[in-house]
Design a protein around this ligand. Structure first.
Ligand SMILES: [Zn+2]
Length: 418
């Protein structure tokens, strides 16, 4: 095996000298880390922050799961990798399409590039929706592994490069809406590290807990203590550990606890008439009970006669709206692929979220919880924590400007002194 560096999207990555584990803490707003350290409940993470490296980066906007995971693993913005939401409207058919298919991902990944040079690569995701893109280009017949804890009980050699995950991990199949769905990812990572010592491992969790609980709440503290414990064990196994997130999280409920929502489709229908516009909520996936498909970023498609300019002016003055961009401006501002943008992109303020028509959203799943969600600029800040210090060049870069989350792999792999 030739231990060569690889180059992808203009960045050169050296061969990792020891196992490198990158964990994407879904919804892992820096506020959780900062509060946890303040409360003294996450000693391992605290040690990495003090003795290793810590920065707060700008994640990709829309601050959703799929675009950000792809920005991290491709080391590029959505303008390059193409994944700009969990969901988009296909321009020719006007049909809403999930953006989870590997054919929609326009870039190779750092994981695939290393796997193709002979590195042993493992990717584990909590929700299966990310799996196919994470494993794109990785040959699972050559000892590489890719699976989701959502379907841990259905792993096969053909599909995942490994079978029998429940037995290996020694945990029951976790529920879709549970902390265990994330903890299973970490326990599986630890087991595979012990048994197979992969060169590169990417572990992506789920934000079920962060959607429900604010920093400092009991259930949240318990979750972060469990994460911290697993992180400690990963480092004890001799890995270089990197912690980041796909997006942050904000409380978007009113004083009385009800969700603070702009029902944009209803307002547009009232102003311009029914069927003149289509609002698409790109946070949507089939599992939305914990946020009711409400986020801080939506796309508006203007049908035929409706003027974009008039629609933009109308939306702009709505209370709680932070900004509205047309297709070109949105693509330029957030490095997005213009062909997957709507006519307008609408972003809400930190304390507000945007929905389509009130009748189309099922808020039953919130079950008395305050709505916490993400999607806008206010939820783009993510932590980057490395268990060891980075060299002078990378220190200087981090001191000079706010890092982008698509630099995470660059920092993770090239940053630590060797
Ligand atoms: Zn997420």
């Amino acid at each position: 095996m030739k231990r060569e560096s690889i180059t992808l999207n203009g960045t050169k990555y050296r061969w990792p000298l020891r196992p490198m584990v990158i964990v994407c803490i879904d919804g892992g707003d820096p506020a959780y880390i900062e509060r946890g350290i303040e409360d003294g409940i996450i000693p391992n993470i605290e040690r990495f922050v003090q003795n290793g490296f810590y920065a707060v980066c700008d994640g990709t906007v829309p601050s959703f799961t799929c675009p950000n995971n792809m920005s991290i693993v491709t080391g590029s913005p959505p303008a390059v990798h193409g994944i700009s939401g969990n969901f988009y409207l296909e321009p020719d058919t006007r049909e809403a399409v999930m953006m989870t298919g590997p054919e929609l991902l326009r870039s190779s990944t750092v994981l695939a590039e290393f796997a193709n040079r002979g590195a042993k690569v493992v990717t584990i995701t909590a929700k299966d929706k990310l799996r196919q893109q994470l494993q794109k280009g990785i040959d699972l017949t050559k000892g590489n592994i890719s699976f989701s804890s959502q379907f841990a009980d259905k792993c096969t050699m053909e599909e995942n490069g490994i079978g029998n995950m429940l037995e290996l991990v020694g945990m029951p199949q976790p529920d879709m809406y549970s902390a265990e769905l994330s903890l299973f990812v970490l326990e599986a990572g630890i087991k595979l590290l012990e048994q197979q010592r992969p060169d590169l491992m990417y572990l992506s969790l789920t934000d079920f807990i962060q959607h429900k609980y604010a920093p400092g709440e009991r259930e949240c503290n318990e979750f972060y203590q469990n994460l911290d414990n697993a992180f400690g064990r990963l480092v004890e196994l001799g890995t270089a550990l990197v912690l980041t997130a796909d997006h942050g999280m904000n409380d978007k409920a009113k004083d009385d606890g009800s969700p603070n929502v702009i029902w944009l489709q209803d307002l547009l229908d009232e102003e311009f008439g029914k069927d003149t516009t289509t609002v698409i909520c790109p946070i949507t996936d089939p599992f939305v009970a914990h946020h009711g498909a409400l986020g801080g970023f939506v796309r508006v498609y203007c049908n035929g006669s409706t003027s974009r300019e008039r629609t933009l002016r109308f939306i702009e003055q709505l209370p709680g709206v932070e900004s509205v961009y047309d297709r070109i401006a949105a693509a330029a501002e957030f490095e997005l692929p213009p062909d997957r943008e709507g006519d307008l992109a609408v972003l809400s303020e930190a304390g507000t979220c945007i929905g389509a028509a009130a009748a189309a959203h099922d808020l039953e799943g919130l079950k008395g919880h305050r709505l916490r969600t993400h999607g806008g600029v206010s939820e783009r800040k993510v932590p980057l924590i490395i268990s060891e210090p980075v060299n002078d060049e990378y220190q200087a870069r981090a001191a000079r400007r706010t890092l982008k989350s698509y630099e995470v792999f660059d920092f993770a792999i090239n940053g630590p002194a060797q």
